[in-house]
Design a protein around this ligand. Structure first.
Ligand code: SAH
Ligand code: SF4
Length: 448
């Protein structure tokens, strides 16, 4: 094992990340922590002494991908039995999952959780001193210490968690079980982090939480999500503020007004509706009805013309009839989402809906998903076409891998725009004229 190589006294690690932006951010922290304790990053799993999978449990397909990958990674253990294979993130925290993982993949050395990432170096030491396999998923409710090191890929965008955990217990969702109770970070800590990021050249931040609208409820100080947006809007040099995810139940006119009034807060509303049927929304334990959602969307369109609205939706939830599904299609037509992430319902062990008797057959789920997507793709294309001729500001990210000389960029409304331009523009804001619309992207040309 190459533990005492030129790559650092403790060896090299490789992290593979699955799932949401919170996991991406956690991997940045894991990388920071490992680097701070003397490990170095490997270019890929082949060169690594430690291979870590940071996993997602939100749908069965995500778990299947991880289990498949664990099978493929076995080859590295054959190559060098000293290689440590570690699995962390949301999957191991599910009830009984750590044991299930080891039964499927006995070559795994370490199973850890979402709570106390900062203990990873200590856990790795224990594995190295012979305690393998080691299962220690820690405490999902732990308050994460401030000031943990993190390694961000260089760039002008950064993620900033503001609240960990979720207590909504939507009946289909595993997140409250694997991410624990709601813990808000103190506003001073968030502000300090954001100022530091801006000093490093960051122009855009995305505030992360399972339900950012719950921010502050668990803090002693009287501060809520709109207050936080206001504090952060005053940070000099910070250009754009995004946030994800909002809960439609907790999103009101005041929240829309806050977004409208604060210049740096982007005019993009990601509001996961999940279903257009009141009966299904109740069974999902979402706490709002379709009228609330429709009214909210109408208010957004009136108050901020040009804002974008995107959503998440689940089809084939237990008990969903064709009439319920028609309600979802109808809501999609009425709102006219700019984009939507659509999922077939996937039963998660331990959640309420997994035990509902009236599960919808897979074939029906697939067929409904296809119909919804077909409708939504048409709507997205129409909405994108209405933006042709607009001249938004675009944050140019990086030249596209497949088309050299073409930048990928984002508008404040979170539209992906492809723009031709000379080298050296990455990380800059440019005014762009939209000249072509496609379903998932716009094309624009640089204005002088
Ligand atoms: N906290 C966020 C995201 C949760 S997971 C929120 O509340 O919106 C991201 C999306 O995955 C959800 O919005 C939902 O649409 C989908 N999802 C969650 N559990 C699911 C399940 N069991 N089956 C299918 N989709 C699911
Ligand atoms: Fe899951 Fe609902 Fe919490 Fe979102 S709000 S993470 S869907 S329980």
């Amino acid at each position: 094992m190459a533990m005492h190589s030129e790559f650092g006294p403790r060896g090299r690690f490789h992290i593979q990340t699955y799932g949401c932006q919170m996991n991406e951010h956690d991997s940045e922290v894991l990388t920071g922590i490992l680097e701070a304790s003397g490990y170095a990053r490997a270019p890929g799993p082949e060169e690594a002494d430690i291979i870590l999978l940071n996993t997602c449990a939100v749908r069965q397909t995500a778990e299947d991908r991880v289990l498949g990958e664990l099978g493929r990674l076995k080859i590295h253990k054959y190559r060098d039995p000293g290689v440590i294979l570690a699995i962390g993130g949301c999957m191991p925290v599910e009830e009984g999952a750590a044991e299930r993982i080891l039964a499927r993949a006995p070559h795994v050395d370490l199973v850890f959780g979402t709570g106390d990432l900062h203990r990873l170096p200590e856990l790795l030491e224990r594995v190295r001193s012979g305690q393998s396999p080691l299962i220690d998923v820690g405490d999902r409710d732990t308050v994460r210490p401030e000031g943990l090191p993190r390694r961000r890929d260089p760039g002008v965008r950064a993620w900033v968690p503001i609240i960990y955990g979720c207590e909504n217990f939507c009946s289909y969702c595993v997140v409250p079980y694997v991410r624990g109770i709601e813990r808000s970070r103190r506003p001073v800590d968030i502000l300090e982090e954001v100022r530091g990021l801006v000093d490093e050249g960051v122009l855009e931040i995305t505030l992360l939480g399972q339900n950012v609208n719950a921010y502050g409820r668990d803090l002693e100080e009287d501060v809520r999500f709109p207050d936080l947006l206001e504090f952060l809007s005053a940070v000099a040099g910070l250009k754009w503020i995004r946030y994800t995810t909002s809960h439609p139940r907790d999103f009101d006119h005041g929240m829309v007004d806050t977004v409208a009034d604060l210049e740096p807060v982007c005019n993009h509303f990601h509001l996961p509706v999940q279903s257009g049927s009141d009966r299904i929304l109740r069974r999902m334990n979402r706490g709002y009805d379709r009228d609330h959602f429709l009214e909210l969307a109408t208010y957004i369109r009136e108050r901020i013309p040009g804002a974008s609205i995107t959503t998440d939706v689940i089809v084939g939830f237990p008990g969903e009839t064709e009439a319920d599904f028609q309600d979802t299609l109808d809501l999609f037509r009425r709102v006219g989402f700019d984009g939507a992430y659509s999922f077939a319902y996937s039963p998660r062990p331990g959640t309420a809906a997994a035990d509902y008797p009236d599960q919808v057959p897979r074939s029906v789920q697939k067929e409904r998903l296809a119909r919804l997507n077909e409708l939504q793709y048409g709507i997205a294309l129409d909405r994108n076409r209405s933006r042709v001729g607009d001249t938004p500001e675009v944050l140019l990210e990086r030249p596209s891998a497949s088309h050299p000389g073409v930048y990928r960029g984002r508008t404040a409304t979170n539209h992906l725009v492809l723009v031709e331009g000379p080298p050296g523009l990455e990380g800059s804001f440019r005014t762009v004229e939209i000249f072509e619309a496609q379903t998932f992207q716009l094309r624009g040309r640089l204005l002088p």
